[in-house]
Design a protein around this ligand. Structure first.
Ligand code: ADP
Length: 394
């Protein structure tokens, strides 16, 4: 059975087609710059890659292009071969504690949550509608970033603000990257031999970055909050800062709160500190050239990651394993070492050679906490959840 995972933004659609339940990737690709004359379409299968540049006016045309591409390259005979499509959704609020099959009511509920994730939820709905138009006879599912974190208790998810902000306006920590935290913590637990009461900390460090504390397979805390701006510094985001800064700097620089918010989201983090780049590889290059602010950008992030790990160690009453994942976590030995060197108080020791070699386990034999490096796979979680949902329905 073929299941497609879809991850859409306001101008892009990324997809992966899986054979399920074997989880073999049959094809993958993307449409980007939707709405532009020079939009792009890429498709990859059997080690072959095809690309073209063309105007793509809408998500519907993008979805059509993907399905036509699959047929044209004989990856599927016709669209009936696609048994279901799973769509990634960033914000499920408290409405969605489980992933679900899409109907009109679900679409409206996702739109109703768009105020909390304006950049994401609206684009997701546009994309789901597009795929439903192109593939009207297959089930579509929605898999939420927030669902994995919905198990947090009040002491972890509440902010100390007037209580009605929570009850009337949904102000609380939701957490994001849930599918990645789920995939990576499950795999870590497997390596740990599915031990009872396992305590795992997942560091998902990509352009966006978040940490989660997972006890016995269940998320108990995470660093991103009401939005993905909270937590540790990222490529362009601040992570947590004193909220009093917003008002102060707005007055000093004559900026509206929307303008300050934009800067906190898009011009801060690595980019803001270094003044050079938001990209970790370019940052490493700039450090090699002696740029002190680029070094500070990494150091600052590493300190904050270590701070979260320390607090989760206390919250879970110990930790068995710390796992690094995503673009930077899985690929930057420098970042992993910077973080682990700050965890001596927890008895964390890594082997520099294993770290450089990106071994699956990089801790030394006498480390009190095992340290792993695992590539994340959010798309496969979407395909797995989709398969579960359509089986349940059948
Ligand atoms: P997102 O999905 O949040 O956009 P990714 O998880 O793809 O982000 O991570 C992107 C980041 O990973 C970029 O900063 C990129 O430079 C970094 N990255 C990718 N490969 C490497 C590498 N080999 N060494 C260091 N950083 C890397």
């Amino acid at each position: 059975m073929k299941i497609m995972s879809v991850n859409s933004g306001s101008s892009s659609i990324k997809f992966k087609l899986f054979e399920m339940p074997s989880e073999k990737v049959i094809a993958s690709g993307q449409v980007d710059k939707i709405g532009f004359e020079d939009a792009g379409f890429e498709i990859e299968f059997n080690g072959k890659e095809f690309e073209k540049t063309l105007p793509i006016k809408s998500h519907t045309l993008g979805a059509q292009l993907i399905i036509n591409g699959l047929i044209e390259h004989k990856i599927v005979k016709d669209m009936k071969e696609i048994a279901a499509v799973g769509h990634r959704i960033v914000q499920g609020g408290e409405v969605f504690k489980e992933h679900t099959i899409v109907d009109d009511k679900v679409l409206q509920q996702i739109l109703d949550l768009a105020d909390m994730a304006p950049l994401h939820n609206k684009a997701h709905v546009i994309s789901i509608k597009a795929f439903r138009e192109v593939l009207p006879n297959v089930p579509h599912t929605v898999v939420f970033d927030t669902v994995f974190h919905s198990t947090m208790k009040e002491d972890a998810f509440m902010y100390a603000v007037p209580y009605f902000w929570y009850t009337d306006h949904g102000i609380r920590k939701y957490g994001f990257h849930g599918t990645s935290h789920k995939y990576v913590s499950e795999l870590t637990n497997k390596i740990l031999g599915n031990k009872k009461d396992s305590k795992v900390i997942v560091c998902h460090i990509g352009n966006g970055a978040s940490i989660s504390a997972v006890r016995n397979g269940v998320c108990v805390d995470t660093s991103m909050g009401f939005t993905p701006l909270d937590g540790i510094p990222m490529g362009t985001r601040t992570g947590a800062i004193d909220p009093a800064i917003l008002n102060y700097i707005g007055e000093k620089l004559n900026l509206s709160s929307a303008e300050v918010y934009e800067i906190l989201n898009k011009k801060s983090g690595y980019l803001g500190i270094s003044g050079v780049t938001s990209d970790a590889r370019e940052l490493e290059q700039s450090i090699a050239e002696g740029n002190k602010r680029s070094k500070l950008a990494f150091d600052l992030q590493a300190k904050r990651i270590a701070d979260y790990i320390g607090s989760y160690y206390v919250y879970m009453e110990g930790v068995d394993a710390i796992t690094f994942t995503a673009g930077i976590g899985a690929n930057s030995p420098r970042l992993r070492k910077l973080v682990c060197d700050r965890l001596k108080a927890l008895g964390v020791k890594i082997d520099d050679k294993l770290n450089e070699a990106k071994a699956q386990e990089i801790s030394t034999k006498d480390s009190k906490v095992r340290v792993f490096v695992i590539n994340t796979n959010e798309e496969v979680v979407i395909a797995r959840e989709t398969l579960k949902l359509i089986k349940r329905k059948a």
